[in-house]
Design a protein around this ligand. Structure first.
Ligand code: PMV
Length: 337
């Protein structure tokens, strides 16, 4: 890889999406993008973003953000958050060259499948490597978090915790691994109910919840207990406990959303039907639990041996367009362009 500042310096990274078992919603610092509560997630093998960053010293004169280009799934896209991460990398590396970023998702973008998680994790690794910065995983996680809170977790594979930290500079708000994927295999069946992009971004939505939901203080107050209980469920490999806690955190998040003004309703009819399917499967003896982010897709958590039956039932649910089954994935890594 060429990392000189005089020429084209390029790197390609791949990162996987993740789904939070204990959710984050609300920031303690909007400028530095520091979450108000910690979170715990699993990284998903089947949903990934591949990003190439090229710093081109021959283009523009000390171009910086004005000359940056961001191509998302082949479309030239404006994103102040992408430019913000590039600026942080340039600042740390002492670079002024503009960057060309090409990013491709292998799943629907912006529809509650956490494309910002895989996207900013891949961007953090590709841009820092292209700039010749040598960051450790914790530093990469902090950098990815500046683009999107959930992206801090996608730096790692398997079961991952993101700390909200207490420092003003946010340097203690990083993610770290809780358990390797191979130590406790899990399947996540994603029921896709629409391919449309969501209408209210997470950033906008969570600022609204913080400002207007009467449940917000209770949400923050109860976070620590949820995180402690989830950590215990993961370390003792107690799947029913993990599932119950994940479903509860999901419902608590959506109660917060529903009680925001204006109310945030990310669900559609297929979302609700899929939730009932999961509960019905549970009554028949299959240990399966759902979770839902700021979007209409339902993610069902189950043991790998139950994934086919769960996918079959979800695919037959009215309003579910397709399903995608994922095992747990690895952390962000550099790949050949
Ligand atoms: O990091 P963001 O801005 O994509 O927000 C993530 C919010 C949720 O997905 C709803 C919860 C979470 O912890 O991932």
């Amino acid at each position: 890889m060429d990392i000189t500042v005089h020429d084209h310096a390029r790197a390609t990274a791949r990162a996987h999406s993740n789904i939070a078992l204990i959710k984050y919603w609300g920031k303690r610092d909007e400028t530095l993008n520091i979450p108000a509560v910690g979170s715990i997630s699993v990284t998903l093998d089947a949903l990934s973003t591949t990003t190439t960053v090229t710093f081109d010293a021959t283009a523009g004169e000390g171009g910086r953000a004005a000359d940056d280009e961001f191509w998302l799934n082949g479309v030239l896209t404006e994103s102040t958050r992408v430019l913000g991460v590039l600026d942080l990398v340039r600042e740390q590396a002492g670079l002024t060259s503009p960057a060309v970023v090409t990013s491709t998702n292998d799943f629907p973008t912006g529809a509650g499948l956490a494309s910002s998680a895989s996207g900013f994790a891949a961007l953090a690794l590709a841009s820092s490597a292209a700039a010749g910065l040598i960051l450790n995983a914790r530093e990469l996680s902090v950098l990815a978090r500046r683009g999107s809170g959930s992206a801090a977790r996608s730096i790692f594979g398997g079961y991952v915790a993101l700390h909200s930290g207490t420092q003003k500079d946010g340097l203690d708000a990083f993610a770290e691994p809780v358990l390797n994927a191979s130590d406790w295999p899990l399947s996540v069946v994603v029921a896709i109910t629409t391919h449309d992009a969501k209408t209210v971004s997470s950033t906008h939505g969570m600022a609204g919840s913080r400002a207007t939901s009467p449940f917000y203080p209770a949400w923050v107050d109860s976070a620590e207990d949820d995180l402690t209980a989830m950590r215990a469920a993961i370390t003792t490999r107690d799947f029913c406990q993990l599932g119950e806690l994940a479903e509860h955190s999901c419902m608590k998040l959506h109660a917060l959303m529903l009680t925001s003004r204006p109310a945030l309703i990310y669900w559609n009819a297929g979302t609700i039907a899929a939730m009932h399917t999961v509960r019905m499967l549970r009554e028949t003896g299959i240990a399966v639990y759902f979770t839902i982010d700021a979007g209409p897709q339902v993610k069902a958590l189950c043991a790998p041996e139950d994934a086919a039956a769960v996918a079959h039932a979800l695919a037959a649910t009215p309003g579910v367009n397709e399903t995608r089954t994922s095992s747990l994935g690895r952390g962000a890594h550099l790949v050949e362009a």
